[in-house]
Design a protein around this ligand. Structure first.
Ligand SMILES: C[S@@+](CC[C@H](N)C(=O)[O-])C[C@H]1O[C@@H](n2cnc3c(N)ncnc32)[C@H](O)[C@@H]1O
Length: 281
């Protein structure tokens, strides 16, 4: 088989039907957590999930939430309301169970208000600019059109919000060619067994969707992608001058110890120069 474009979602669609992928997740739902626990531990994905989800705040939407593997990593203090969605009812039923035990019976009585929706990623039933954080972990590998999904995430994210991604896909670095070849060769079998295409080029898909990358890390020979995006340049451009102004102000005040206030006598001559240090004492 010609493998040169087998990492492209358009090609993959012609090889395995969406309905087959969907059915595979329904079959996997009951045992999914047990089956992936070990792999995730070996690849330190728990830590990656925790780091990423620590950034989630305010109104949060997590798409393709599957069996709710992220629920235990959210920082409850930062979250106003959590919306969870997936198009597979069997996978979602596990999320529902976990919400019951993790959120509603918390020892500190801090409850995260949440809603669970059966929903397609490429047609999210939420209005534009409605979430502070939009999360997807290991979902772009199995949805039928990842660029459309990313564009939907972008649409529902607020202008100053963040799109938080933890994904798997093609490798980078010295072993790239070798690993990508293995991923491509085994991709049909893997997608048949796991409902996921592990050879997608996540970096390119994010670019195609027009997201602005704020933070980007690769792990496990580059096959694990940790990406924080914002919706557009406007936020970054509008925030940057304020950050520069604040940083320079601090530098002047605490490092150069520049006077903050000068008092004048009746002739207009300076008599007392009050620095930040004087003022504190
Ligand atoms: C590999 S699992 C990842 C689950 C979870 N996010 C995690 O980190 O463990 C992918 C999930 O994406 C869901 N999914 C696939 N295509 C979808 C689509 N078009 N719309 C919504 N959910 C989809 C599947 O049902 C499955 O639960």
């Amino acid at each position: 088989m010609d493998l040169h474009d087998i990492h492209q979602p358009s090609k993959q669609k012609s090889l395995i039907k969406d309905s087959q992928i969907h059915l595979q997740f329904s079959n996997l739902a009951k045992t999914y957590d047990n089956q992936v626990d070990w792999d995730e531990m070996m690849m330190r994905l728990g830590k990656r999930r925790k780091d990423l989800l620590n950034r989630a705040k305010g109104r949060v939407l997590e798409i393709s939430c599957g069996t709710g593997r992220n629920l235990k990593y959210y920082n409850k203090e930062n979250i106003e309301k959590l919306y969870l969605s997936d198009n597979n009812k069997e996978m979602l039923s596990k999320t529902w169970e976990k919400c019951e035990s993790l959120f509603n019976k918390d020892i500190n009585n801090k409850v995260i208000d949440n809603e669970i929706h059966v929903m397609e990623n490429d047609d999210l039933k939420f209005s534009d600019n409605s979430f502070d954080s939009v999360v997807d972990t290991f979902g772009l590998c199995s949805c039928k059109d990842p660029v459309v999904t990313l564009k939907e995430m972008k649409r529902v994210c607020k202008k100053d919000g963040e799109i938080l991604l933890l994904e798997h896909g093609r490798a980078n670095g010295f072993f790239k060619e070798f690993i990508d070849k293995i991923l491509d060769k085994s991709s049909i079998d893997h997608a048949t067994d796991w409902g996921c295409w592990w050879n997608r080029d996540i970096e390119n898909l994010v670019k195609e969707a027009g997201l602005i990358v704020k933070e980007y890390h690769r792990y496990n020979f580059g096959t694990t992608y940790y990406i924080v995006c914002s919706k557009d340049w406007i936020t970054i451009i509008s925030v940057t001058p304020v950050v520069i102004w604040l940083t320079y102000g601090m530098y002047e005040r605490f490092y150069l110890k520049k006077p903050r206030q000068v008092l004048y006598d009746e002739n207009g001559d300076p008599v007392i120069v009050m620095t930040a240090k004087h003022k504190r004492s």
